[in-house]
Design a binder for this molecule. Structure first.
Ligand code: ZN
Length: 137
């Protein structure tokens, strides 16, 4: 999986099946720290949770409400009908080698819609308040 680096500190991004929260960011002073993403995440919600957890990683001092609103607005902006078409071609091109290797079969994390809401917590993780629509509880 990929890494994200903020201000010289690196987090390994990992998909987790059945994560209690949609996402989680381990503290910056931890060795081998990770940003965890629930493997059910898709589409705008995936972008929101990734931005949310990366914002915690980069700016640990920011409060949960600020991080939630920031990530939500970034995800909404990227997925807005006037903006999304500009990203579609680039995303498809970026995924092409992986898609080609699987002979066009569905990838593990195809882009599609998933919705749910997130809540706050002390350690900066995203807490699921409701299950994303269309996903098993
Ligand atoms: Zn958070």
């Amino acid at each position: 999986m990929q890494n994200v680096t903020f201000f010289g500190k690196r987090w390994r991004v990992e998909w987790v099946e059945g994560l209690p929260e949609l996402g989680y960011c381990e503290k910056a002073d931890k060795v081998d720290k990770r940003v965890l993403l629930d493997s059910r995440l898709r589409g705008q919600k995936l972008v929101e949770v990734l931005v949310h957890e990366c914002t915690h990683a980069a700016f640990w001092h920011l409060d949960e409400e600020f991080v939630r609103e920031f990530a939500d607005e970034i995800a909404k902006a990227l997925f807005h009908k006037d903006m999304a078409p500009y990203f579609l071609k680039e995303l498809t091109a970026a995924a092409a080698p992986k898609l080609g290797a699987k002979n066009g079969q569905e990838t593990k994390h195809p882009v599609s819609e998933a919705r749910g809401s997130t809540g706050s917590s002390r350690q900066g993780e995203v807490v699921v308040r409701e299950a994303p629509e269309g996903l098993p509880d």
